[in-house]
Design a protein around this ligand. Structure first.
Ligand code: BEZ
Length: 208
């Protein structure tokens, strides 16, 4: 089964570095940044785990819980976390799933056999509080993810939910946003009393 945007994120029960979890119960009313990495004790993964730990306050400010995953064991994860903390100057507190039998990696299609038969690629699932999959990204083994982009897309989706807007290319918080064509001018006057610039009837930019 292929997981697509808008699908309910499949639930699972699994051992993690902070204890056994039922995924949906653990997520509660938060957003989730669920991400896989190929293997513990590898260099790119060490920097990604460290970066996620360093950004704990940024994730919390957005009501997002990080959840890592690889096909290593809890014991391996816990030993590796010591290296992550020491080399990345941080204290990693979020759980990392120990998916020794690939149960979750297969459920979420994190194993791409052309890349590796035994290790997960660098998958990202951003899941909202209703447990809907809102964003997916897949990176190869050799490329560490861009955490500025991960926070940016979360900001965009949360603003879009709150204000019924869309965000243009390379948008960052503070930039103007787009009034979607589905909102006609009559309704837009109520929703965006600050007004907008109309570059085309389908391209209206406003401040939020
Ligand atoms: C790394 O994290 O550095 C890595 C892991 C698996 C394959 C290639 C690189």
């Amino acid at each position: 089964m292929s997981l697509r945007l808008g699908d309910t994120a499949p639930n699972f029960q699994i051992a993690t570095t902070t204890g056994d979890i039922d995924f949906h119960e653990w997520a509660g009313d938060s957003w989730v940044f669920f991400f896989s990495h190929p293997a513990d004790f590898t260099p790119v993964c060490t920097t990604e785990m460290g970066r996620t730990a360093q950004l704990a306050d940024q994730f919390e400010a957005r009501n997002v819980k990080p959840l890592g995953l690889s096909t290593d064991s809890v014991e391996e994860h816990l030993q590796w976390i010591e290296d992550v903390n020491a080399t990345q100057n941080t204290t990693l507190k979020f759980p990392i799933v120990a998916d020794k039998d690939f149960k979750i990696a297969e459920l979420y299609e994190m194993i791409h056999p052309g890349e590796s038969e035994t290790a997960a690629v660098r998958s990202v699932f951003i899941i909202d509080p209703k447990k809907k999959i809102r964003l997916t990204m897949t990176y190869p083994m050799s490329v560490g993810r861009n955490f500025t982009e991960i926070l940016r897309v979360i900001d965009s989706m949360q603003l879009s939910d709150e204000k019924r807007i869309a965000t243009p290319a390379d948008w960052v918080p503070g930039n103007r946003v787009i009034i979607p064509p589905s909102i006609k001018n009559e309704e837009a006057k109520d929703l965006f009393p600050q007004g907008w610039e109309e570059l085309r009837p389908y391209l209206r930019l406003t401040e939020v």
